[in-house]
Design a protein around this ligand. Structure first.
Ligand SMILES: [Zn+2]
Length: 167
């Protein structure tokens, strides 16, 4: 799919969730006293959090981010980068278990020129994919996802992460 990453540059996304007046939504989600459901946090680890994308490109679209507000993948400490990969593996197991995707896009937009909505805070996108989903994805992406679907996914993924984390 040619334009896989382009939806994350949309003005709809950058003008809302990713542009909180009081700062970075990933930093807010990383706080220990965060409203996990409100912030869509499905799992948290010593240096890393996992949140559902509020404007998913496909059902189950997750973001994996370091707790610290760092944007440069090349400069994050080794133990954090290792944890990000470990958590990415856990997240892939959650997707397999809950949604049985045919494939998953794993990737990051580094810098505004690459399409990052929040260039200052690194985040890895995990987008589950199904054969033939390219035609309906633009329809279900972004604005069409209703809050009940997100809340149901939040509950399912929160439960699933607690199970895969202990295996
Ligand atoms: Zn941040």
């Amino acid at each position: 799919m040619d334009n896989l990453w382009s939806p994350w540059r949309s003005s709809y996304i950058t003008s809302s969730e990713h542009r909180l007046a009081d700062g970075c939504f990933l930093c807010a989600a990383s706080r220990s006293d965060v409203d996990r459901q409100g912030a869509l946090v499905v799992a948290s680890f010593p240096s890393t959090i996992v949140v559902l994308n509020r404007y998913p490109y496909n059902a189950g679209h997750m973001l994996i981010a370091p707790r610290d507000h760092v944007g440069n993948l090349a400069e994050i400490p080794a133990h954090v980068s290792h944890e990000i990969m470990d958590v990415t593996q856990k997240a892939l197991r959650v997707l397999e278990r809950e949604l049985h995707p045919h494939g998953v896009n794993v990737g990051a937009n580094l810098g505004s020129a690459a399409g990052a909505g929040v260039p200052g805070h690194l985040h890895i996108h995990l987008v589950p994919r199904w054969n033939g989903d390219t035609n309906f994805m633009p329809v279900i992406g972004e604005v069409k996802v209703v809050s009940e679907q997100i809340e149901e996914m939040w509950a399912r993924f929160t439960e699933a992460f607690s199970n895969v984390a202990s295996t």
